[in-house]
Design a protein around this ligand. Structure first.
Ligand SMILES: [Zn+2]
Length: 178
């Protein structure tokens, strides 16, 4: 899934913890993609379109989520903050599991379309390279326009939840100070 869909989860999760800044929560939702970019630059993974065992394998995704949870809990001195951020990191795998494989290689920025030719094979490895690959393939059966619309809709829902929470907090604080 693209960043908009992932960010939607980060926005919607804001009411779950007030300790962690929104930016950190949004970063957490795309942490696995940031790792994928770093690993591909380092030559450990990639190129894009091939399985990503170190960033997107189920086993390593759990490991990264736990690492993020421990770090966050330590930095913000809050177990709850750690759990929320850990779950946000893992939410990336869940959304990618539903949407992958994504026919990015055939995507055209000009026509905003991807052409499959054939359904793509699943590309999310369970534990490691060479293991069973999974992915429900939602985006295999959707046009790029539909996928974009879906992610925008998710983002709007997430942003609405976030805005409602911020307004409520502001009102609460104002009533406390008067
Ligand atoms: Zn991803």
């Amino acid at each position: 899934m693209g960043p908009l869909g992932h960010f939607a989860v980060g926005l919607a999760a804001k009411p779950a913890t007030t300790k962690v800044p929104l930016g950190v929560m949004l970063l957490a939702t795309v942490a696995l993609d940031i790792l994928a970019i770093a690993f591909s630059l380092a030559g450990i993974e990639g190129p894009a379109g091939t399985p990503l065992p170190w960033s997107h394998g189920l086993f390593m995704s759990v490991v990264w989520s736990v690492v993020a949870a421990l770090l966050t809990a330590h930095i913000y001195q809050s177990r709850r903050a750690g759990v929320v951020v850990g779950l946000l990191v893992f939410s990336h795998w869940v959304l990618d599991f539903i949407s992958h494989p994504i026919p990015f290689s055939s995507f055209s920025w000009r026509s905003w379309q991807w052409v499959y030719g054939h359904p793509l094979p699943s590309d999310l490895p369970l534990p490691f390279r060479g293991s069973t690959k999974v992915g429900l393939g939602l985006y295999n059966s959707m046009s790029a326009v539909e996928a974009t619309a879906l992610e925008m809709a998710m983002f709007i829902v997430g942003a609405t939840v976030y805005a409602a929470f911020i307004l409520k907090e502001r009102k609460r604080r104002r009533s406390q100070s008067t």
